[in-house]
Design a protein around this ligand. Structure first.
Ligand SMILES: Cc1ncc(COP(=O)(O)O)c(C=O)c1O
Length: 423
């Protein structure tokens, strides 16, 4: 009912008469009950309520409600990092002996998680790309394929995921599409409205927005019909760890996110602190304004870099002439986030010289917060990737990832100008 910007501020926490106006931090691991039997009902999932903060907490719940509202889902679950969110999102419906399809230019940390760590759990990832024909993509599916995974705007390749196309292909094979929407944020794009079924985030990026608190979340769109698909007994048949609860029967459209919480968060324990959720909520309150400014500044920076003779190429989805320009116009009319990448003439040495000469923009591993920052992915975040994986991620030695902050854009451009002059 409210517009997006209003939800960023108001959603999730509505105080009653005389209660604190802003979201309280419930710094408690546990909850008291007058009646032992009532607590037993919580353990059997017969009634809802908080029992232990590893599984749920009122501060976290308020932020989860806001995130579900912002993405347009039926429920959300916070995790202690984006890595934990992506792991749990996949592991919730994919087990040993099964496989899933992921786009090959997603975040390097997700590639490591999927290719190395999850492989050790007996889960196979099959990589795809958007240059494949439908037939080539569909040839990756077999009867053990459980989901398709992609990123709205990839980190750091900055390609735009054609969600309508890949959602339709996933659904044709009876599996859901999971989209990591970290770079776009729901302000710029809401994947669930375009056919995605589950959305994940590293909330450590624009959502927190201040590089203060690590976190992640999973949002369930509630639209995927697990029972009709027939491929997910873990959701449609009895869970012995809860006395035979059948998630689709007991929780309807919220089956997936309920299982993720009561089974996986319970067992893995990657739950954020209430204080972390509180800080995330502060970030969410100003997210719409910040992401709007990040996107405006980034487009101005990309246009500036394009005019520079020492710059080999500039990549920003909404920059005229970009390979993903048409897709970005269609999916991201409000902006394409604050991340711009570019290559400098002179390869690795020139890239290093430029980075060392920047004054306002600091060299940090992080991306997507209020402060302008810069990174050389090939020697840092993407160091563990093979040459083939680096090529798929579009990360060459001259590649500089520039995370445009919300400072005055004239200062950011002046900083780039003086650094380019040093090369
Ligand atoms: C797109 C994307 N997904 C997931 C992650 C992992 O998130 P975190 O660092 O919060 O674990 C990142 C981190 O950079 C990311 O950029």
């Amino acid at each position: 009912m409210y517009q997006f910007e209003t939800k960023c501020i108001q959603s999730g926490y509505t105080p009653k008469n005389g209660e604190p106006r802003t979201l309280p931090i419930y710094q408690s691991t546990t909850y008291q009950y007058d009646d032992a039997a009532a607590l037993g009902k919580l353990f059997d999932l017969e009634e809802s309520g908080h029992m232990y903060t590893r599984i749920s907490n009122p501060t976290l719940e308020a932020v989860e409600t806001k995130l579900a509202d912002l993405e347009g889902g039926v429920g959300a679950m916070l995790t202690s990092s984006g890595q934990a969110a992506n792991f749990l999102a996949v592991f919730n419906i994919c087990a040993a002996g099964q496989n899933f399809i992921a786009m090959d230019n997603i975040y390097g940390g997700s590639i490591n998680l999927f290719s190395v760590t999850m492989a050790r759990m007996g889960i196979e990832v099959r990589y795809a790309n958007d240059r494949m024909s439908d037939a080539e993509f569909e040839a990756l599916f077999d009867e053990n394929t459980r989901l398709v995974f992609g990123e709205t705007i990839t980190n750091p390749a900055l390609t735009v995921f054609d969600i309508r196309r890949f959602a339709a292909l996933a659904h044709k094979h009876g599996v859901p599409l999971i989209v990591d929407n970290t770079f776009a944020t729901p302000y710029l794009f809401r994947p669930l409205a375009y056919g995605a079924d589950i959305v994940t985030h590293s909330t450590s990026k624009y959502m927190d927005g201040h590089a203060n608190v690590l976190g992640g979340c999973i949002v369930d769109g509630g639209s995927f019909d697990w029972a009709a698909s027939g491929k997910y007994p873990e959701l449609t048949e009895a869970d012995e760890s809860y006395h035979g609860v059948v998630y689709t029967k007991q929780f309807g459209p919220a089956a997936y996110i309920t299982k993720a919480r009561v089974q996986l968060l319970r067992d893995f324990g990657c739950t954020p602190m209430p204080m972390g959720a509180y800080l995330l909520n502060l970030g969410l309150e100003s997210m719409a304004l910040r992401v709007q400014r990040h996107s405006e500044n980034a487009l101005a920076v990309a246009r500036f870099l394009k005019t520079q003779e020492k710059v080999l190429w500039v990549n920003y989805p909404l920059l005229e002439g970009n390979a993903y320009y048409e897709l970005a116009k269609a999916y991201l009319p409000l902006g394409a986030s604050g991340v711009v990448s570019f290559g400098v003439k002179g390869g690795r040495d020139a890239a290093m010289k430029l980075m060392n000469s920047l004054k306002l923009a600091k060299i940090v591993v992080h991306v997507a917060d209020a402060r302008t920052s810069v990174l050389h992915p090939a020697s840092t975040t993407h160091r563990q990737l093979t040459d083939q994986q680096l090529e798929a991620a579009g990360v060459g030695p001259e590649f500089v990832r520039f995370s445009v902050g919300i400072e005055n854009v004239d200062d950011i451009i002046a900083d780039l100008q003086q650094a380019l002059d040093q090369i």
